[in-house]
Design a binder for this molecule. Structure first.
Ligand code: GUN
Length: 281
């Protein structure tokens, strides 16, 4: 079984990006800038944002974190986004989710200029991705895609089963795999026989938020299994895949932690650099 090392793949990607930023700086005398807005004091969000900032600095991006208390008015956040939209030194804007209840997530997402939407959540980017046009692609599915391609560069005709239909993961993952000529099945909580669907798969992407849902006997030999889940349990952090059981059957599997997570952040840096490059042309 191949243990897909997301930490190593992310370090390699960051190294490539670092070289790219050095080249851009030499050529244009400016560097891509990433601004993250963090609202409230949820611990997981604080940890994510700290990691994003650290990684951005490591590859040489200009990085800024704007922190607001939970009580911030929605209007103030939207005004700040408008200001960042106009700021030429800001290539990418990310508003960390989840947001406090009184702030409309969709309004926030739609206020970010599509050309600075490093999350790929703006409807314009969602539409462009599904039409096969150039767009920002959400970081987590992009990270999963790059990990799959490392194990299997030719995905032509492969059967992919995605567990979970979220806008963050399941849906954009579908588009990326369709572009690679996979036959894609999206499953979810109302799917009749999840195990039977998974048993058909050459590639399984588990992104549903249910601890250890995908079991060993759901996976045929030679399947690549990507675990997007991060679930807090009494036994610590586990994914959506039963690691011990599935590792006995699968051809390749991502661990949790150390699989998809590090790639998500590296892909955010990639998206920021890509936004910068598109802004030059
Ligand atoms: N919260 C958890 N994952 C994400 C993400 O990919 N983007 C944003 N903006 N917030 C998140």
């Amino acid at each position: 079984m191949i243990l897909i090392d997301g930490k190593k793949a992310a370090a390699e990607l960051r190294e490539e990006l670092k070289h790219e930023v050095t080249g851009l700086k030499a050529k244009y005398n400016k560097v891509p800038g990433l601004t993250v807005i963090l609202i409230g004091d949820l611990t997981p969000s604080q940890i994510y944002v700290r990691n994003k900032e650290k990684s951005a600095n490591e590859v040489g991006l200009k990085s800024e974190v704007i922190k607001y208390p939970d009580s911030i008015e929605e209007k103030k956040v939207l005004e700040k986004i408008e200001e960042l939209n106009k700021d030429e030194t800001v290539s990418g804007i990310l508003v960390q989710l989840p947001l406090p209840k009184h702030i409309d997530k969709q309004k926030v997402i739609e206020t970010i200029l599509p050309s600075k939407d490093v999350d790929g959540f703006h409807p314009m980017n969602v539409g462009n991705l599904s039409s096969g046009y150039e767009s920002s692609v959400p970081c987590t599915p992009l990270g999963c895609y790059l990990l799959i391609k490392k194990v299997e560069p030719n995905l032509n005709g492969k059967k992919a089963v995605i567990v979970g239909r979220s806008n963050l993961n399941g849906k954009p993952m579908t588009q990326l795999l369709l572009k690679e000529n996979c036959t894609v099945t999206i499953t979810h909580s109302k799917t009749k026989d999840l195990k039977a669907e998974c048993l058909e798969a050459d590639i399984i992407i588990a992104a549903v938020g249910i601890p250890e849902l995908v079991r060993g006997d759901w996976v045929k030999k030679d399947t690549i299994v990507i675990d997007v889940g991060i679930n807090k349990t009494d036994n610590g952090i586990v994914g959506d895949v039963h690691f011990d059981e599935v590792s006995k059957n699968a051809k390749a599997l991502t661990p949790v932690p150390g699989g998809v997570g590090p790639m998500t952040i590296a892909c955010l840096l990639k998206n920021t650099i890509d936004c910068f490059k598109r802004s030059l042309s």
